[in-house]
Design a protein around this ligand. Structure first.
Ligand SMILES: O=C(O)c1cc2cc(O)c(O)cc2[nH]1
Length: 430
């Protein structure tokens, strides 16, 4: 059995068969042995040719090559396939030589399918790694990036790689990730020649957490309160189902204003975590090349799953139509094969997908106005209690006084010297 997962229970799938439950855990809770096993598994995935998929390196118009007889496909490693699918989903559309490529289509961001797309992306990598390791209990861990801090706590040499002492934007040579080389970095080629990313590896991963001095707002990670607030947003998504959707859980967790108000300068949660990494992990066409991407997205998926659980997985606000291209709920998510729709991924993971997260969710702090309201109500209540208590005491006291001082009772005969008179009557006269 793999070290990452504890298979403690099973749940029935759609056909009623029992399936083992995978536990996606916090990477920081891993033992030294589990950490090493996970890092080695990622490194093996980077070096192992994908046993099922090849990638297209030219668009459909040129897929048979210059001679019309040479299919333009390449083998690719399991991890680089994960990078390629993300690149393909965000790539610009080539409109022809000399024309600017069209950048308004994004199949995996800025729309309702953001969460469902990345959920399937992770499931595919997890399954590929299980098969590679011949270990069905292998589970991806997560990085709880909502620390509110300005440090990357998983950036250590036993995990995702510390900062190099020589170059602040490089990974320490003690980490295997310093040896990784990125794919899909030839943007110029893709956009001006209409080629597609191929399996050729280029430069090293760049990463400089909290190091973007030009943009102070991305020098600190999201806070736990951001997660708590975002889980309160009631609608999954709202028109226009884009990056300016207000009161939308999807848009909030994706990383616009936590309360769903759109402000192009504001980045939070998922987007902020990407930009905090400040390098390969902050550029959409490249970001999965930095393996922190996997952990950032498992945590984002954990927030999604918690939202589905708390709000009873109501798909009614996931649009059937009018979402950006590729984002309607019954569309196949590009470029996954076999075809899969957002609807299939819009389900609670434990009951339907065979995995769950071990997370302690932050509780919602009260806002200033809520604190003032609570204080006023509490003060009024206290005054009321004091008033009631005092009047009760006064009444009780006066009742006690009446009982303890019978001489004050009206019916009692007032003192008229009768006792002395009677006494005197029985005394013999001297
Ligand atoms: O600027 C952003 O908000 C931003 C950058 C970035 C990179 C990435 O790979 C994503 O998946 C999202 C994202 N957002």
């Amino acid at each position: 059995m793999g070290k990452e997962a504890v298979v403690a229970k099973s749940s029935p799938d759609a056909c009623g068969h029992l399936i083992a439950m995978l536990f996606r855990r916090n990477l920081l809770d891993f033992s030294a042995e589990e950490r090493s096993h996970f890092v080695q598994a990622l490194d093996l995935a980077k070096r192992t040719t994908h046993p099922q998929y090849v990638i297209a390196t030219r668009r459909s118009e040129e897929i048979l090559g210059d001679d019309g007889n040479t299919p333009q496909f390449e083998n690719i490693s399991i991890y680089n396939y994960f990078v390629w699918t993300h690149y393909y989903s965000v790539k610009k559309t080539f409109l022809g030589p000399g024309q600017e490529s069209f950048g308004e289509v994004d199949f995996s961001h800025e729309g309702p399918a953001f969460l469902t797309w990345h959920r399937f992306h992770l499931l595919q990598l997890e399954k590929d790694m299980q098969d590679m390791l011949q270990d069905p209990s292998f589970a991806l861990p997560y990085w709880d990036f909502a620390t509110g801090k300005n440090v990357c706590d998983v950036c250590t040499d036993d995990l995702m790689g510390a900062r190099s002492s020589w170059d602040p934007a490089a990974i320490s040579s003690n980490s295997v990730f310093s040896q990784w080389r990125v794919v899909c970095e030839s943007l110029e080629d893709y956009d001006t020649r209409g080629t597609l990313c191929n399996s050729t590896e280029g430069g090293p991963i760049r990463r400089n957490p909290a190091g973007n001095v030009a943009r102070p707002t991305v020098q600190r990670l999201p806070a736990p309160q951001d997660v708590a607030q975002c889980l309160e947003v009631g609608s999954f998504d709202t028109p226009p189902f884009y990056s300016n959707s207000t009161d939308s859980f999807r848009n909030t967790v994706e990383g616009n204003d936590p309360m769903g108000r759109y402000d192009p300068a504001v980045r939070s949660l998922h987007n902020l975590a990407h930009l905090f990494l400040n390098g390969t992990g902050g550029q959409t066409h490249l970001s999965p090349n930095d393996p922190i991407f996997v952990l950032l997205h498992t945590f984002t998926d954990a927030v999604f799953d918690e939202w589905l659980r708390r709000h009873d997985a109501d798909i009614s606000t996931f649009p059937l139509e009018n979402a950006p291209i590729g984002h309607n709920r019954q569309f196949n998510m590009v470029p996954f094969w076999p075809p899969v729709t957002s609807t299939e991924m819009f389900v609670t993971a434990a009951d339907n997908l065979g995995y769950t997260y071990e997370v302690q969710w932050p509780s919602q702090n009260f806002s200033i106005s809520e604190i003032v309201t609570i204080a006023v109500v509490a003060a009024l209540g206290l005054v009321g209690l004091i008033f009631l208590g005092t009047s009760y005491l006064i009444r009780a006291r006066s009742k006690m006084d009446e009982a303890n001082q019978p001489l004050l009772i009206d019916q009692y005969q007032p003192y008229d010297g009768g006792y002395e008179k009677a006494q005197n009557a029985t005394q013999p006269m001297v």
